[in-house]
Ligand binder design. Structure first.
Ligand SMILES: Cc1cc2nc3c(=O)[nH]c(=O)nc-3n(C[C@H](O)[C@H](O)[C@H](O)COP(=O)(O)O)c2cc1C
Length: 381
């Protein structure tokens, strides 16, 4: 059969049985293949093993399209500059770097937690004035007391998209999750008017975005469909992280390339799948911030991450669905419906799971995002 016909027949039918574990044995790149290994810790580097480990834990933070928009410049063993990597921007869906800064906030939160667990205090100084500045934060390490924070929370957190139960979140669980966010967390149980509105806005704005060529082209640039592409880049969206399971996953991994996702049929499949996902779960959480400065965005990313790290313990899945905040129509709708003014930063679908899956999305090794500070050397020379 011709490759294209084979692909068309296969995907049309097999997308329907996407959850089937029939082809579990085919080779895939998993987070476990890419785990922190001795060679990462002892790789010839600017930093010692403890500091490399802290940065590895920081890099387990979530990011839009798993773009991992961070870089770290080493001024000295105990002074680093956290940068936004200009090559990892998402101009079509995140032209103002809002999501990049939220993601880097999550990275910084993981870093502070991992440093605390290793017996260090991190002092964080804001350097950036504009959201598009490269140098965002100065991190200074000083000796402190070990916090005892369970780092497994950082390793086991993940975004989950499928298998949500239709049961609203219970009050004690909501209180547990809200600790870092207080009144910035707004929960809307399923089947309430607000939840229906968020479901519709998410589905509609996903549709609008899928039909926007620049956004879809940008997305395809972050697809890592084959195991080889995953291992080579160790970022972006894989078949596993998109939760395309079973035979459908096998087909996509072996028979499609990212360019296929520009075709109308693929776009429609994404739209249909999103509508189904948006209808699943126990409701929606919206996280707001008091302002939109760089400091506000980093702070909101940090608070979000503190919450996300707790979710697994309560069996709660968190799925950011951001399109309503990325598309102009979605943002207009938010401001029209909230004339008093709110600043939404995250739209999250939430729900209990029967079985919490393992993390699968890849990360770059620390050595790939670490760089020396040449200017510091020049000054000291
Ligand atoms: C600011 C931000 C926006 C995101 N938006 C979406 C989204 O719209 N849809 C989605 O499926 N995942 C979204 N994600 C989740 C990322 O795709 C996910 O964090 C990334 O692929 C890494 O996977 P992990 O969270 O399992 O480690 C978002 C994450 C962040 C931090």
């Amino acid at each position: 059969m011709h490759r294209r016909t084979f692909l068309q027949c296969g995907l049309a039918g097999l997308a329907l049985i996407g959850a089937s574990p029939l082809v579990a044995g085919c080779s895939r790149a998993h987070r476990s293949d890419l785990r922190l290994t001795d060679d990462v810790i002892t790789a010839p580097s600017l930093l010692d093993g403890d500091r490399m480990k802290m940065l590895h834990y920081a890099s387990l933070a979530p990011s839009g399209h798993n773009s991992q928009p961070w870089a770290v410049r080493v001024v000295s063993a105990d002074e680093w500059i956290v940068e936004a990597d200009p090559n990892r921007r998402l101009p079509a869906v995140d032209p103002d770097n809002r999501e990049a800064l939220l993601s880097i906030g999550a990275f910084v939160e993981n870093l502070v937690i991992a440093a605390g667990a290793a017996g260090f205090i991190c002092d964080i100084e804001l350097l950036a004035v504009s959201p598009t500045d490269r140098d965002l934060l100065r991190v200074s390490l000083a000796p402190g007391r070990c916090s005892g924070y369970p780092l497994a929370r950082l390793e086991m957190r993940r975004t989950v998209k499928h298998g949500f139960r239709m049961e609203p979140l219970r009050s004690p669980d909501l209180a547990f999750l809200s600790a870092s966010l207080g009144d910035r967390l707004h929960y809307f149980p399923r089947d309430t008017q607000h939840a229906d509105c968020l479901r519709e806005a998410t589905t509609e704005n996903f549709r609008v975005q899928s039909l926007r060529d620049d956004a879809q082209r940008e997305l395809t640039g972050w697809l890592r469909l084959s195991s080889r592409a995953t291992r080579r880049n160790r970022d972006g969206l894989t078949v596993e992280s998109m939760e395309i399971g079973g035979l459908a996953g096998w087909f996509v991994r072996h028979w499609s390339d990212p360019g296929d996702f520009l075709k109308p049929r693929f776009r429609q499949q994404g739209i249909d799948a999103t509508a189904r996902m948006a209808a699943e779960g126990g409701g929606w959480i919206v996280i707001t911030s008091p302002g939109s400065t760089v400091a506000d965005l980093i702070d909101t990313g940090r608070r979000f991450q503190r919450m996300a790290l707790l979710a697994r313990e309560r069996g709660i899945a968190i799925h950011p669905m951001t399109q309503a905040l990325e598309e102009a129509g979605g943002r207009e709708q938010f401001s029209k419906l909230h004339p008093g003014g709110i600043i939404p930063q995250f739209v999250l679908r939430v729900g209990y799971l029967d079985r919490y899956p393992e993390p699968v999305s890849p990360r770059r090794p620390v050595t790939w995002f670490l760089k020396p500070d040449f200017s510091a050397r020049t000054h000291r020379a």
